[in-house]
Design a protein around this ligand. Structure first.
Ligand code: IMP
Length: 179
């Protein structure tokens, strides 16, 4: 079992807590966007699981799209240099955009994405991130909807990876670096 590989450590957020929080976030966003038709943009690949669960709790006439970015650096540390790998399929001019992220760590990726998307003049732009590591922040970014704060440790599961592994874990667990 994936959970039992020595690389995966203690469960930080179990699947019941994730499901409850995603449902609550969905309710909050549905109320805030009542009568609107937002475009819910998932950032590949880490946010796919969260994005897929979240949109099913949004009682809105929404559309979805995806972007993908790459940041240079090691497997657990980003260098701050961000590059767009896959762009949105269509224009966001005049749209209410909700950007869905897996985790805000240093904030550099989100800062890049927000600058990039704001240039395209959407009607509004808000961020929903499952996780945030506030102790690691290097640039100030505002997260409008946040699932959980996590400590300054590398986490995997529920979309988040280490070397592309462990995205399919149903919970968020600590990565055990001493295996
Ligand atoms: P930032 O640019 O430093 O905020 O990093 C953002 C990206 O780094 C996230 O979207 C993740 O893909 C990745 N990342 C940051 N911390 C973690 C972690 O603890 N586990 C898995 N991926 C992470």
């Amino acid at each position: 079992m994936l959970e039992r590989t020595p690389a995966v450590g203690r469960i930080l957020i179990d699947k019941t807590r994730i499901a409850d929080r995603v449902r609550n976030l969905g309710g909050e966003i549905s109320r805030d966007y009542e009568g609107k038709q937002p475009l819910v943009v998932g950032v590949l690949r880490g946010a796919v699981v969260f994005h897929a669960d979240l949109i099913r709790h949004l009682e809105l006439n929404l559309k979805i799209d995806f972007m993908s970015v790459a940041s240079y650096g090691s497997a657990t540390d980003s260098s701050g240099e961000v590059r767009l790998v896959k762009d949105l399929e269509s224009s966001i001019l005049g749209l209410d955009v909700i950007l869905v992220e897996d985790i805000v760590d240093t904030g550099l990726t989100l800062d890049y994405l927000l600058r990039n998307l704001k240039n395209r003049r959407p009607a509004s732009l808000r961020v929903c991130s499952l996780l945030s590591k506030p102790d690691r922040r290097r640039v100030e970014v505002s997260v409008d909807y946040q699932g959980f704060e996590v400590p300054d440790q590398f986490v995997v599961g529920y979309g988040l990876d280490f070397n592309q592994q462990f995205r399919n874990l149903p919970h968020v667990a600590l990565l055990n670096r001493d295996f």
